[in-house]
Design a protein around this ligand. Structure first.
Ligand code: PEP
Ligand code: CO
Length: 449
């Protein structure tokens, strides 16, 4: 198919840094190409099989994590908290949906950010925009904003440690369903939300006891005590992704071994652009973000280029239209995909179309708008007879104050209390869990209705 891991270089490219020292860049690229892969081809094939089930409506996809991972905020505790909240949400959704939940973190590589403007200005000073810790520093001074290729090595190392932690948490006892009651978060413990979670946990505990008396236990069924959390990020920064793209020594084929799942952002999905060229040749399961700006025709072409064999589980369409635009724009896309018989997973990103600036001058999102977009997503799929396969969230396991609303009722005035994101505002652990419960209600209702 006339593809190589470098064939994207002949295509127009967007959202890349301009490195000043080209020699240094090529030294770093060489170093990265010799470093071990962060994930293995076989693991990405397993994920693709699980996503094929999502595509057929036999499983549900939960994808979430930071908008941008950061070097400064990297700690085992932060990773552990994200792992725990994703697992809690998965338990809630599994319980309601009666289907397995495929869990993918925006983690272990989610460093590079596309920006709407190349320039950021503050108090009359104009500087190049912050593009994520893998590229430059968020500090507001000229030097900090110079793209530094050695940051790719630091990002790689952080991603490697994160992968190791996630595997440890997934297999080392933390994911044991027996522990489920103990996962309750301190700050929701005595609230309605906390009690709702505890009640469900109690029922799961009883079910586990019943199963154990029937001889079903962790040694006969490891999935009771273990899980898998796959990794993902927007594969934006091409030198990094290219250096980690490897040919599978067992079965052949090229894999981007920087993460199990990689996606193309809304700003870099031009049909004739570099990112599409790169993605069409890798065998990982992949995603594309789509907004109201895509036409049904363009979408069909994208699916043909990115998934020519129409393989189930290969392609996830991550819909990020905004609460006010989804009703008008999603149905025609769904109909086109249905008419052409394209196999895709429909996933809802209710974050990126709902960002606004608060009166207190924070970039934020309203919990109710997020929920509204998810609800509409489910309703539209129900009306079209298609599968609302998953959800894609910017969220953290920490008790931050970045999004407005939720049962803690975070107001615009409170946003400054714990606003720590380096890019977009995230749901905090309580808002994420609340959203999972609300989605579980929608799932239950749509089963009855
Ligand atoms: C993101 O997921 O952080 C992002 C930049 O999304 P989008 O490409 O949809 O704007
Ligand atoms: Co974002």
């Amino acid at each position: 198919m006339n593809w190589s891991k470098e064939s994207w270089k002949k295509k127009p490219i967007k959202q890349q840094p301009t490195y000043q020292d080209i020699k240094e860049l090529s030294i770093i690229e060489k170093e990265l190409s010799n470093l071990p892969p962060l994930v293995f081809a076989g693991e990405t094939r397993n994920l693709k099989k699980e996503l094929a089930k999502v595509c057929r409506g036999e499983a549900y996809l939960l994808q979430g994590g930071d908008c941008a991972e950061s070097f400064d905020q990297f700690s085992a505790n932060n990773i552990k908290d994200l792992f725990k909240i994703l697992l809690q949400m998965a338990v809630v959704l599994t319980y309601a949906g009666e289907k397995p939940v495929v869990k993918i973190g925006r983690v272990a590589g989610q460093f590079a950010k596309p920006r709407s403007s190349d320039i950021e200005s503050k108090d009359g000073l104009e500087l190049p925009s912050f593009r994520g810790d893998i590229i430059n520093s968020s500090e507001f001074n000229q030097n900090a904003r110079i793209p530094d290729p050695s940051r790719m090595i630091k990002a790689y190392n952080q991603a490697a440690v994160t992968q190791n932690l996630l595997k440890g948490f997934a297999r080392g006892g933390l994911a044991d369903l027996h522990e489920v009651t103990k996962w309750n978060l301190d700050f929701v413990k005595n609230s309605t939300l906390g009690l709702k979670y505890q009640e469900m946990a109690k029922q799961i505990e009883q079910t586990l006891k019943f199963m154990e008396s029937c001889g079903i236990n962790p040694s006969s069924s490891p999935q009771i005590a273990e899980t898998t959390l796959y990794t993902s990020h927007e594969a934006l920064l091409m030198p990094y992704e290219t250096a980690l793209t490897r040919e599978d020594s067992t079965k052949g084929g090229w894999y981007d071994c920087s993460a199990h799942f990689v996606w193309i952002g809304e700003r870099t999905r031009d049909l004739d652009g570099a990112h599409i060229e790169f993605f069409r040749g890798i065998q990982n399961p992949i995603g594309v973000k789509i907004s109201d700006k895509i036409s049904p025709d363009e979408l069909i072409k994208l699916t043909q280029v990115l998934n020519p064999t129409n393989e189930e589980g290969r392609l996830t369409l991550i819909v990020r239209m905004g609460a006010d635009k989804i009703e008008e724009n999603l149905p025609s896309l769904i109909r086109a995909i249905k008419k052409e018989g394209r196999n895709v997973i429909w996933s809802s990103d209710p974050m990126h179309g709902n960002t606004f600036n608060s009166s207190t001058n924070y970039k934020t999102r309203m919990f109710d708008k997020v929920l509204f977009e998810v609800k509409k997503f489910f309703e539209i799929h129900k009306a079209e007879g298609t599968i609302p396969g998953g959800i894609h969230l910017e969220m953290t396991g920490k008790n931050v104050t970045e999004c407005v609303g939720g049962f803690q009722d975070i107001t615009e005035e409170k946003l400054g209390e714990k606003y720590t994101t380096t890019c977009d505002p995230r749901l905090n652990a309580s808002q994420a869990l609340e959203l999972a419960f609300l989605i579980s209600d929608i799932m239950k209702k749509s089963k009855i209705g």
